[in-house]
Design a protein around this ligand. Structure first.
Ligand code: HAM
Length: 419
C-alpha cells in the first residue's frame, strides 16, 4: 500500500468540521477589521525566500523543499506566506493607489523539519498582514485581533509574549555588543552557531541546542539597546494593550526565526502542545518591501499555525456533529427508485438527507440510521407505497407519522422545518 510522505498528513472528514469552524471565525473577525483575502501560489522562486527569510536561518539553510524545474530554475515550496504577500504587493503595485493594505491568506506551507507532535512538513497557516502603516496602534490592534480570535474559539491555555527587535538605527550597536559576548563564548557554541555568529550574530539567540542556550545566559538583550523611536513605539504598543486589557508578557529573550523582523515581535504560546508551544508568531518587517525591490513601506503581520490551533481548539470545544436530518430507509427496487427522486429534491431544498441504495432489510437500515445519528427516518416500503404513503419516524421521540406521497417533499419539508 502506498502511504503518505513522512511529516505530511491527511485532514480527515471528522476533523474538517473543526477546521471549517476555525476558518469561518477567523475570516469573519478579519473582515470586521478590514482585511481582504489574497490567494497566492504555493511555488515561488527560491530567491524570494533567501532574500526575505535570510540565508543564515534554519528555514533557508536546511528546511526548504527546493528543486530545479524542468528548465533548471530553482523553485521552492513556500515555507511561509509573508514573502509571497510582499512579492505580490510589489508586483501588482498595490502600494500605488492605496499603500495601506490589510491582507489575509490561509493555506499550506512546507518545511522539512524533524516531524513530531505539532510539527509537520506540510502544515497550514492563517496569515494576516498590514502593509503601509507604521503607527504602533496597528501593532496593538493586530495583536488584539489575534488574542480575540483565541477568545472566540474558547481557547484559554495561551499567553502572549512581546518584544522589540529594534531597527537599522539601533541594531548595529546591539549586534556589536552581542558579537563581543559571543566571541567570549565561542567554545561553547554548536558548530552551526560558530559559523553563523560572525555573519549574523542574532541567529545564535534563536538556537535550540542546549549548550548554546546555556552559553547565552547573560547575553545582551535588544530591549536595552533600543533607540528613542523604537522605545517610544514599543511603549505605545504595550500601553495600548494594557489599556485594552489584553494580557501579555514582555519577553526580552523573544527572537524570531526569520531575519526580516524589526521592532515589535510577538508569539502566542500554549502549554497544551508539549515542545511545539508556539501557536502563532509575527511582528514588524519595516524593511522587507524595500529589500524586495518595492518602495519603502512599513509592514506588520502574524501567522497562526492552523494545525496547532486546531489541536488546542479541539481540547476546548465539543464538536458540532454533522448528522443527517433525515435518513431514508427504502426497501425494494420500486421504493428505492421513488425515494431517490424525493431525496434529491430534499437535499436541494436544504434538508441534509441520506439514503441507502443497498436494498437491505429494515432492521439493518435502521441500524445504519442509528450509526449516522439521523434525526428522522423515512421508511419507504413496497406495501405502504402501493397505498400511496410512507412513514416518518422521529428518532428522538420515536413518534411515527404516515405521510402521503402526493406532495411528499413539501410535506416532509413542512414537518422538519417546524421542529
Ligand atoms: P513562524 O513563527 O515561522 O512565522 O510560523 C508561524 C506559526 O506557524 C508558528 O507559530 C507555528 O504555530 C506554525 N508552524 C511553523 N512551523 C510549523 C511546522 N513545521 N508544523 C506545524 N506548525 C508550524 C512565520 O511563518 C511568519 N511568516 C509569521 C509572520 C507573518 N510574520 C509576519 N507576518
Amino acid at each position: 500500500m502506498i502511504q503518505l510522505i513522512r511529516g505530511f498528513k491527511d485532514i480527515l472528514p471528522e476533523e474538517s468540521a473543526l477546521w471549517q469552524h476555525i476558518e469561518g471565525i477567523s475570516r469573519s473577525l478579519f473582515q470586521d477589521f478590514g482585511f481582504k483575502e489574497i490567494r497566492l501560489p504555493i511555488l515561488e522562486r527560491t530567491e524570494l525566500f533567501k532574500r526575505s527569510i535570510g540565508e543564515d536561518t534554519d528555514i533557508v539553510e536546511k528546511e526548504m523543499y527546493t528543486f530545479p524545474d524542468r528548465k533548471g530554475d530553482l523553485i521552492t515550496l513556500r515555507p511561509e506566506a509573508t514573502a509571497s504577500i510582499v512579492r505580490s504587493y510589489i508586483q501588482h503595485k498595490m502600494y500605488a493607489a492605496n499603500p495601506v493594505r490589510k491582507l489575509y491568506t490561509i493555506g499550506p506551507m512546507f518545511r522539512r523539519e524533524r516531524p513530531q507532535k505539532g510539527r509537520y512538513r506540510q502544515f497550514y497557516q492563517i496569515n494576516a498582514e498590514v502593509l503601509g502603516v507604521d503607527s504602533p496602534f496597528i501593532d496593538a490592534q493586530l495583536i488584539l485581533m489575534l488574542v480575540k480570535l483565541f477568545d472566540r474559539l474558547s481557547v484559554t491555555d495561551v499567553s502572549t509574549h512581546i518584544n522589540s527587535l529594534g531597527c537599522p538605527a539601533c541594531r548595529p550597536e546591539f549586534k556589536a555588543a552581542l558579537s563581543e559576548f559571543l566571541s567570549s563564548k565561542r567554545d561553547q557554541l554548536c558548530e552551526n552557531c560558530r559559523n553563523r555568529s560572525g555573519r549574523n550574530p542574532m541567529r545564535v539567540l534563536d538556537c535550540k541546542v542546549p549548550s548554546c542556550r546555556e552559553a547565552m545566559t547573560g547575553a545582551p538583550v535588544v530591549l536595552d539597546y533600543l533607540c528613542t523611536d523604537c522605545r517610544r513605539h514599543f511603549e505605545i504598543v504595550t500601553h495600548t494593550l494594557d489599556r485594552q486589557k489584553i494580557p501579555f508578557k514582555v519577553d526580552k529573550h523573544l527572537v524570531r526565526g526569520l531575519d526580516y523582523y524589526t521592532r515589535t515581535a510577538f508569539e502566542i504560546l500554549t502549554g497544551s502542545l508539549g515542545a511545539q508551544n508556539a501557536v502563532a508568531g509575527g511582528g514588524r518587517y519595516d524593511g522587507l518591501v524595500k529589500a524586495l525591490g518595492g518602495p519603502a513601506q512599513p509592514a506588520i503581520g502574524f501567522a497562526i499555525g492552523f494545525d496547532r490551533l486546531a489541536e488546542i481548539t479541539a481540547l476546548n470545544n465539543t464538536l458540532i456533529e454533522e448528522k443527517p436530518e433525515l435518513f431514508v430507509a427504502a426497501m425494494g427496487e420500486e421504493s428505492i427508485a421513488a425515494a431517490y427522486e424525493w431525496v434529491t429534491d430534499l437535499c436541494l431544498s436544504g434538508i441534509r438527507t441520506e439514503i441507502d441504495f443497498s436494498g437491505r432489510s429494515l432492521k439493518s437500515l435502521m441500524k445504519r440510521a442509528n450509526r449516522l445519528n439521523a434525526a428522522h427516518v423515512m421508511i419507504v416500503g413496497e406495501n405502504e407505497l402501493k397505498q400511496g404513503s410512507v412513514i416518518l419516524r422521529d428518532m428522538t421521540t420515536k413518534e411515527q407519522k404516515t405521510i402521503s406521497v402526493n406532495g411528499l417533499v413539501e410535506n416532509v419539508k413542512a414537518l422538519l422545518k417546524d421542529r
